[in-house]
Design a protein. Sequence first.
Length: 110
Amino acid sequence: MSFHDLHTPLIRARGATANAFNRSVYAGLKSGGRYVVIDHAAAAGSGARDTESLHRIDPTLVVEDVLEAGFVLDAQSNLLANDTDTHAIRVFDPAVKGETDRFAYRFIRP
């Protein structure tokens, strides 16, 4: 639940990017290796806008980022989804802490 951090100004200022991280994971896996990303969902269409302020990321951006590194989306789960989460408050807010709307994707290296 920290993939979103790869899009924050602090981490990017230190030279890390989602693209570089995903390429590194890809290089470290053999064909058939799996890469799982779980994070707090942001509002659809928000991209990386809420990564620093709310500690959330648009799930669509995550998929785009990881596919760009060469992975294939293998599976996804809504087991951690929470339809009552408005995506409008920080994940640490007591009103939603531990109950955020989260997504889980499994990617595979071809």
